[in-house]
Each structure stands twice: as C-alpha cells, then as structure tokens.
Design a binder for this molecule. Structure first.
Ligand code: PXP
Length: 242
C-alpha cells in the first residue's frame, strides 16, 4: 500500500555503524524487510564521494533485493550520473556535497548552477529516473527547478529543524509557501533533513508534500526502541498530522 504521504527511510547510518568496525555487521540489507513491514514506502541512500556510509557494493545488493522504490541521493558529478544510469533507481535526488561536511548542510544552488545541472537532469529524465533537486524553500530555487524540468523538489528542512520559536514558525511558512508554489507549477514537493518525532507533524501537515525522507533520527532511535518501532511511530505521527 502506498500512503498519501510517503515515508522514505534513509538507511545510510546502518552502514555508518557497520563501517565503524570495518566488518559486515550491521548489514543495511537487513533493514529492507523491516522498513516495508513497518510502513515505509521507499528506501533512500546517499552514495557519497568518500563512501563514508553506503558503498557501491551496497547499492548493487540493494538494487537486486529491494522491493520498495529506491531513491538514490547523489552529487551532481559525472561519476554519480554514470552510477545512477547503470543502476536505474526509481528516483535520484541531486544534493550538494562537500567532502568536509558532516551531512548535507544546505540546499543545492539550482539557480546558480543551471548550466551544470541541465544536462544531468535531462539525462536522468531520459532514463526515466525520477529526478529530484534538494533545495532550500526559496522561490528562486523553485523557479530554477521549473526551468530545469525537474519533476520533484525535496525541500531542505534543516533550518526548520534546528531553529526554535518565531524563527521556526517563519521557516515553516517558507516551507509551506515553497511546497504550494512547486505544486502549482506541476512539481511534486518532498521534504527532509533533521526530522524527528517532535518536529515532523507540522511538516507532514503541509498538504502538497508527498514524501518525507528521514534517516538519522530513525536509525538513532532504533538503538533504544528497535527499527520497526521507530519507523512505526514516525509513520503514525505523519498519518495523524494529515
Ligand atoms: N534528504 C536528503 C536529500 C538528505 O541528504 C538527507 C540526509 O542524508 C535526508 C533527507 C535525511 O536527513 P536526516 O538523516 O537528518 O533525517
């Protein structure tokens, strides 16, 4: 069953824990059945240039075994384009990537990088991979996504997640306005980054948003309550907010 507000579970940090010891445990592939049983609608992975979590062989195993749609987060490079075209995941989300950052710290400058992104987006579109651009909730960036013919934008919720009070309210309004603007122009809005049990509901309540991608919190919480319970609780909060 596909939910009206889909949950993409990012399993990168299962691999982060595995890689800490250089062995095979915990195997990110074990998460697949749990995600599906617990109400996840898709699997998200970010193959980073430095392969600090998911690696090439994980992506190969994932593509062989998975029954849910895969969303591959990727930097806008030739290397990643070639990997995406070879594996043909359901979706590819183009993210900015800097080697020294701890995580994807801001949105893609789709407006400033139009000429670099245009051939990449069109080659992914031609391969029937659903392209998404991970952008700040900024009308300039939505306009750029329209010009690039991206069918999806993922709105970066990091500023919302890391602010409080009035600043958080303002950021929530920016996200709601950006989602409405994208939808009005035929672009499907998604959202993600820094979402938790405590802050997910106002985002899940934005009616145009079709998918949330959530990783770090779900895997972190799994240490205490288990992965199945962690995903189920997120799913329930999202459904309640709709
Ligand atoms: N969406 C995108 C495009 C991301 O890059 C990330 C982080 O890898 C997420 C969602 C998930 O963020 P978090 O791990 O904070 O839930």
């Amino acid at each position: 069953m596909t939910h009206p507000l889909r949950l993409g579970v990012n399993i990168d940090h299962v691999a982060t824990i595995r890689n800490a010891r250089g062995g095979l445990h915990p195997d990110p592939m074990r998460a697949l059945e749990i995600v599906e049983a617990a109400g996840g609608d898709g699997i998200t992975v970010h193959l980073r240039e430095d392969r600090r979590h998911i690696r090439d062989e994980d992506l190969t195993a994932l593509m062989e075994r998975v029954t849910l749609p895969i969303n591959l987060e990727m930097a806008a490079t030739e290397e990643m384009l070639e990997i995406a075209l070879r594996h043909k995941p359901h979706a590819a989300c183009i993210v900015p990537e800097r080697r020294e950052e701890r995580t994807t710290e801001g949105g893609l400058d789709a407006a400033g990088q139009h000429n670099h992104l245009a051939p990449l987006v069109s080659r992914l579109n031609d391969a029937c991979i659903r392209v998404s651009l991970f952008i700040e909730p900024d009308p300039r960036q939505i306009d750029a996504a329209i010009r690039l013919r991206a069918p999806v934008v993922e709105l970066h919720t990091g500023k919302y997640a890391h602010s409080e009070g009035v600043a958080r309210e303002a950021e929530l309004r920016r996200l709601a306005d950006a989602a409405a603007l994208a939808a009005k122009n035929g672009i499907e809005p998604h959202a993600g980054h820094g979402l938790t049990f405590d802050n997910v509901q106002p985002i899940a309540a934005i009616p145009q948003i079709a998918e949330l991608n959530i990783g770090h919190f779900l895997i972190g919480e799994a240490i205490f309550i288990g992965l199945d319970a962690s995903i189920r609780q997120m799913r329930a909060l999202m459904d309640e907010a709709r």
